[in-house]
Design a protein around this ligand. Structure first.
Ligand code: SF4
Length: 290
């Protein structure tokens, strides 16, 4: 077993700069998150921060670290969770997150598809199929989730919306938008998303540089009680396909995920400038029914 490059204790993780023991890994991980917040100016003292939580590992870590960050600086924050209505999956994650927030004394607000749209996701999917919509569950759910999070974060006064996206998620999003030629979405990635519009709360991703394997190890070492199984609909998504391929690339060519992020961040300012100069902002249309 390798020894920690900092203190000589038994190592639990092999970072790029050398092996790390448990306590140095935890410090390395937290420092990475705090540096992302600092270097990309994700949160300022006047912000009201909404932290989106699903009860999964990524968002629980983001909640824990960002809540501590805000508490220390007296920045207002709250957690927000969406109950999509996914049987044998979401009930448990909501239970976990409620328990976590109670223990940490964090205010948790809950919104649901049932209340907002009149039915659960489990009922929407067969209905969409019956109507002949050629959409995967995630493409329906993703839009509804994002819109609900934005709507309620805004309604409850948030100026920033934290999501638990990690480095692997982001690299997948970059590739997905590239493969599908989604130019509009492609320029909106990065640690702080969105070209500011008053209708939207800016989304920020403090775990941007944390690899999935680091998130998994941090979760294990911190003994979070979180759901490790994936959403039953996720296997049908294009993301899942890209994820599997990226994992294979990362295994065969270590460092691929980080290289994708670094290249993307390097070209992003040029892309944004070009995008602003050549595209006319789309007019946002309101739903005719609500
Ligand atoms: Fe919704 Fe897809 Fe996420 Fe499941 S994996 S919660 S269906 S977006």
């Amino acid at each position: 077993m390798e020894k920690c490059s900092k203190c000589g204790k038994k190592s639990v993780y092999s970072a790029q700069h050398g092996p790390l023991c448990e306590s140095h890994f935890l410090r390395y991980f937290e420092k990475k998150v705090l540096n992302t917040i600092k270097n990309f100016k994700l949160i300022n003292s006047k912000d009201v921060v909404a932290i989106a939580v699903s009860g999964g590992k990524d968002s629980t870590i983001a909640l824990d670290i960002v809540a501590k960050y805000c508490e220390k600086r007296r920045i207002k924050f709250f957690a927000i969770t969406v109950n999509e209505g996914i049987k044998k999956y979401r009930e448990q994650t909501i239970k976990d997150i409620k328990k976590f927030c109670k223990e940490k004394k964090i205010e948790l607000k809950e919104v649901s598809y049932k209340k907002e749209f009149g039915m659960e996701l489990d009922k929407m999917i067969p209905l969409a199929k019956k109507k002949g919509w050629d959409k995967t569950p995630c493409s329906i759910c993703g839009v509804l989730r994002r819109s609900l999070l934005n709507k309620y974060a805004k309604k409850w006064g948030a100026t920033k919306l934290v999501t638990g996206h990690n480095a692997d998620d982001e690299a997948q999003s970059i590739l997905m938008n590239l493969y599908k030629a989604n130019k509009d979405q492609f320029v909106r990635l990065g640690p702080a998303t969105g070209i500011s519009r008053k209708e939207f709360v800016q989304r920020i991703k403090p775990l941007y540089f944390c690899l999935e394997k680091e998130v998994e190890l941090y979760t294990k070492l911190k003994k979070y009680s979180v759901q490790l199984k994936s959403c039953p609909y996720s296997s049908e998504s294009f993301r899942n396909y890209v994820k599997k391929n990226l994992w294979k690339m990362e295994k065969d060519y270590p460092g691929t995920t980080t290289s994708i992020l670094q290249t993307y961040l390097h070209i992003l300012p040029t892309l944004k400038k070009e995008f602003m100069e050549t595209s006319t902002p789309k007019k946002l249309r309101k739903c005719k029914l609500c």
